[in-house]
Design a protein around this ligand. Structure first.
Ligand code: HPA
Length: 267
């Protein structure tokens, strides 16, 4: 998909969107195994990916592919349940499609969650606030974006005030290396990523963060450490274990989402 087609499809998608009872200003993108975190918050509306013209469809287990608008302490928040990944064969623009759509509908803030391998000394199951990323995915949604808007700064892409607030709440911080996948890393790759300064590794998030900054959205990145990265622990990274540990961390993630929504409400 090129940028012209992207913009054209987005305007058709917008026309196909159902009427909304309340327009969300915050979007939460839920990662692998994390799609039940919002269940206790009042549901206002569900919109399936397939209801939206030109919206990419997700094919991964644990990614049902729908949006839910829910009230979080009176604040309308749109949850993206499941995302599409580069490793499924989607382009960078398809990966960020939903985000761009919701930004057009008025979203100004995004919480991007993921399951990640821990390179730093994190406990498995812990939550980490992302301070920065390393893009090892070999692409960007801004490839082909018109000049000069394509030259977007990645300094403090993850808003400092937000991760400092979370750090103050006792949540550790880290640098996320985004890789293409879908295979897990080799131990030599993990050693290389560690020397580069990465403390987390995963297969998502960076494309969404880049697009968010292009769109001027405020970003908070949250990783659930589902396993020790390859070569560092006693076990090989395993997809089913990743999903299991992620779902066990949902209560902590839920509390953290609440803290961020409250913090942003105060700003
Ligand atoms: N590597 C890459 N992506 C991941 C991992 C990992 O170890 N764990 C969860 N997502």
């Amino acid at each position: 998909m090129d940028w012209k087609t992207f913009e054209h499809c987005l305007s058709l998608s917008l026309q196909s969107m159902p009427e909304m009872k309340q327009k969300p200003g915050i979007m939460v993108i839920l990662g692998s195994g994390l799609s039940r975190v919002m269940e206790d918050w009042e549901l206002l509306q569900t919109i399936g990916f397939e209801e939206i013209l030109h919206h990419p469809k997700s094919g991964v287990v644990g990614h049902p592919g729908r949006y839910e608008i829910r009230l979080v302490e009176g604040v309308p928040v749109v949850f993206s349940l499941g995302r599409v990944h580069l490793y499924e064969g989607y382009s960078a623009l398809e990966v960020v499609y939903g985000l761009a759509l919701w930004a057009r509908l008025g979203v100004k803030n995004v919480i991007i969650t993921n399951a990640a391998g821990g390179i730093g000394e994190y406990e498995v199951g812990s939550l980490v606030a992302i301070t920065d990323h390393i893009n090892h995915q070999g692409t960007s949604p801004l490839v082909g974006c018109p000049y000069p808007e394509r030259f977007v700064s990645m300094i403090e892409a993850y808003e400092r005030a937000t991760w400092e607030f979370l750090q103050g709440e006792g949540i550790p911080v880290g640098v996320y290396a985004g890789v293409l996948g879908p295979q897990y890393e080799s131990p030599a790759e993990i050693l290389a990523l560690s020397r580069e300064g990465a403390t987390l590794v995963g297969m998502s998030t960076v494309q969404e963060t880049i697009m968010s900054r292009y769109l001027g959205l405020r970003v908070c990145g949250l990783s659930v450490v589902t396993n020790r990265a390859a070569g560092l622990g006693d076990h090989k990274p395993d997809h089913h274990a990743v999903l299991r540990v992620a779902s066990q961390a949902e209560q902590r993630l839920k509390e953290c989402l609440l803290s961020v929504v409250r913090f942003w409400g105060k700003e």
